[in-house]
Design a protein around this ligand. Structure first.
Ligand SMILES: *Cc1c(COP(=O)(O)O)cnc(C)c1O
Length: 365
């Protein structure tokens, strides 16, 4: 550290210069995060000092976390769902697998997950010493329930399905998978980190929520399509007993036991997440999601008029195409199979899409 501190002027000119090195959202087409909603930013700033790791000191903020769980549980067809606010999909997935392992009590437990699963499952399996069994996908990049069933054996503690895959925006056949899990009495976790805030607002979305009796837990991320400040994930759980299998004693805090992974936890981003839900309501989110889907359609149509074909028609707002050179300053991403990938987040608005198409047209011709 410096012997003598900076003046605040010096400090902030340094910090803001660093921020200036960051890329501009106006050209970021590769991210599942977006510019936070103005009410999320305002709420976040109002709750800066709150710590949900010691909720007895912040009962008001803690009740906002309860409200967040209740709102999202209701959205996913289980108003009585329990759960808590995580740092994002990664923590939700780690904790879901940890629950499944605790409940099953197998000696050499394995989990069955699709090839399309987010890399957080690799971390989870490493940390929890779980054998990861990967199921290959069908030609629409979905995990087939029969193929999943073949990988399940007596040591399987968890089956995972994805509702909105990170790379291709596909929804696995969650109803079929839930049926398999129910029949075999296996914990079934649905990773809806991205799709959870999209599918409920679409007209003909495939089933993926707690209305399917086999679904045990769901990961859903307000800091992606929920437009909240980072970090805001949510893990929702059907059975309180399952969640409580994660309990450890927490001496010297205002609560005696806790099931969260982090200790000190931000209340600010929870307030941010609640703020967007309350402010937009179902109507507002329908509009936001409809806008993203409309922009994705325009993007796809535009690309196809240049002969750049879609890789697949996605279930949520993640567009993929045959590879093509993309000029700067556009930031796109590439799937493991080499497709061009564009996430049609709210900041990728109609204007951005038109500018991008114009640039691609000039470069591609
Ligand atoms: C983004 C994503 C994750 C990871 O979430 P983080 O918030 O980045 O930890 C997990 N699963 C899916 C399907 C995702 O899209």
């Amino acid at each position: 550290m410096r012997e003598k501190g900076l003046s605040s002027e010096q400090l902030f000119s340094f910090l803001l210069a660093k921020k200036g090195e960051d890329l501009d959202h106006a050209h970021i087409l590769s991210s599942m995060c977006t510019i936070p909603h103005p009410v999320a930013i305002r709420a976040h700033m109002e709750f800066m000092e709150t710590n949900l790791g010691d909720p007895g000191l912040f009962p008001g903020t803690a009740s906002l976390e309860k409200l967040l769980i209740e709102r999202l549980g209701t959205l996913l067809h289980l108003p009585t769902a329990c759960g808590y606010a995580t740092t994002g999909g990664t923590e939700s997935n780690i904790q879901a697998l940890r629950m499944a392992r605790q409940i099953a009590g197998k000696e050499r437990p394995n989990v069955v997950i699709p090839e399309s699963a987010h890399f957080s499952f690799k971390k989870a399996c490493d940390i929890l010493s779980l054998e990861m069994r990967t199921v290959s996908l069908d030609n629409e990049y979905r995990m087939n329930a029969r193929a999943a069933e073949e990988k399940i054996d007596r040591n399987t503690c968890c089956l995972v399905g994805i509702a909105g895959t990170t790379e291709y925006g596909m929804v696995d056949p969650i109803a079929d998978l839930a049926g398999v899990a129910k029949d075999l009495d296996i914990f079934f976790h649905v990773d809806a980190a991205f799709g959870g805030m999209v599918l409920p607002f679409l007209d003909h979305a495939p089933a993926f929520n707690f209305s399917l009796p086999g679904v045990s837990s769901i990961a859903i991320d307000p800091h992606k399509m929920g437009m909240s400040t980072i970090p805001a994930g949510v893990l929702l759980v059907r059975d309180r007993d399952a969640l409580c299998s994660l309990m450890v004693d927490t001496p010297y805090l205002s609560i005696k036991q806790g099931y969260t992974l982090s200790g000190t936890r931000p209340g600010a981003s929870v307030a941010g997440a609640v703020a967007v839900l309350e402010y937009e309501g179902i109507e507002g989110f329908r509009d936001i999601v409809a806008g993203c889907m409309k922009n994705m359609k325009r993007l796809t149509d535009g690309m196809e008029t240049y002969g750049i074909e879609r890789a697949i028609t996605p279930d949520v707002n993640v567009a993929t195409f045959t590879p093509v050179k993309v000029p700067p300053p556009w930031i796109v991403s590439w799937t493991r199979k080499g497709h061009l990938r564009i996430v049609c987040m709210p900041h990728v608005n109609a204007d951005v899409v038109e500018k991008f198409l114009k640039d691609i047209g000039e470069h591609h011709a």
